[in-house]
Design a binder for this molecule. Sequence first.
Ligand SMILES: Nc1ncnc2c1ncn2[C@@H]1O[C@H](COP(=O)(O)OP(=O)(O)OP(=O)(O)O)[C@@H](O)[C@H]1O
Length: 509
Amino acid sequence: MTTLFTADGLTKAYPGVVANDDVSFSVAPGEIHALLGENGAGKSTLVKTIFGLVKPDRGAMTLHGAPFAPADPSAARRAGVAMVFQHFSLFDALSVAENVGLGMENPPPLGRLARRITEVSQEYGLPLDPSRRVGDLSAGERQRVEIVRCLLQDPKLLIMDEPTSVLTPQEVEILFRTLNQLADEGTAILYISHKLGEIRALCERATILRRGAVVATCRPSETSSAELAELMVGSALSRPERPAETAGDTILEVRGLTLPPASAFGTRLQDVSFTVGEGEILGLGGVAGNGQDELLAALSGEMSSAADAIRLEGAGIGRTGPRERRALGLLTGPEERLGHAAAPDMSLTENAALTGWQREELTRNGLIRWGRARDFAERIIAEFDVRTPGPDAAARALSGGNLQKFVIGREILQRPRVLVVNQPTWGVDAAAAAAIRQALLDLAREGSAVVVISQDLDEILEVAGRFAALNGGRLSEPVPADGLTMERIGLMLGGAHDMEAAHAGPHHA
Ligand SMILES: Nc1ncnc2c1ncn2[C@@H]1O[C@H](COP(=O)(O)OP(=O)(O)OP(=O)(O)O)[C@@H](O)[C@H]1O
């Protein structure tokens, strides 16, 4: 087998943790190679090393048989390595072509660049109009901007970090066709994902990391999802149990909620109505950008509405502020963990106090009781298996999935009357996702009302008793989740979000 890239003994330590421990593996030209591992296993550190963002403490890499030690991403790009990140770095107010140009080493003049974008997007089946404003694009289209930007540099090794978490099933299909085409042409792809089904369908080989070290290499198509998960965690997985659910008295009632968009590129909520009862989990599905952020802001109190549009145990709270809503027992966990749910530079103790100070009685005379706050943070870390050296670690030092466990655990441990979460297991590995879903089920079993907003339909069907779909700021009538087929859900989501719909953008639906 010819080899395009090798890593030999890569080691990188951070305070209290060895993120990459003597990692060796190789990638052949045209190979789609998966990097698998639990949250914090070291996948991002490894690909950041390859992309010149992290300097290894020890070890070496080769590309095309020559030593490869990129000083920074631009050196990596010049050598033929490109990377599509989990979070996009695009400017909403600029056009597709302008955004692509900004990320290139030597961009051609705008007109020529626009023509190249059209050519490449046609060649690889990634429909994209170079003159559109990025702010008007769906998540899938934004990702295409990033991919086309990479392709214009003619990469030999393309790194993708959880590329499908923001995509509709149809968009995933398009992406996979593109990746297979690239592989056929000889481009190697390094693919990070927690979605084992996708990895089994797409990837030829997988390197599995556990606690920073390579524990196995396998052919995913010949390995079951259960076996893969077991290799990742070192033990068998348990599936959450959904008890037969009987909704008790209504706790949260939303009636005719209409709200303007949260931002220039947001979605107007139109006449949204639903109820959630004691002990019930309501699942709200839909592609991101269809009013999820606005609904969460309306429920958290960040946006105020007509007083009676939102009722908590009978009382109209539409005009009540966020702090008072928390005191009343309505807690929310937004989607964006770094920046919105957690302050990146603050420690976990400080982040625990940020939303927990009232209900966990973490203040006295207006001052934080740091001992108690630290205990609370430690309890979250222990009960939600957050992998971190301790509560003094800064939020930004945690791997994405571990921070997600922390911010969800922080709300669940406050015993909410109503918990509303958006994308609760985004970027979380299979074992941790199962644990978070189980914790949501347990919370409902103890009598809380829970609203789970998610793009992951499997997740919703696993936890929710009833299901409704958000589309263009409108919510469908909630129906029992039992017996719902994917086809039926597709129809509820406003018909297939096929290419046409994706192209028009969900904001204009
Ligand atoms: N800048 C940093 N400072 C301190 N520790 C870090 C830093 N970056 C990563 N780590 C630690 O290194 C370990 C590996 O993290 P990494 O982000 O590579 O994991 P991952 O496999 O990509 O996880 P996930 O699936 O959650 O994204 C984790 O324990 C993490 O907390």
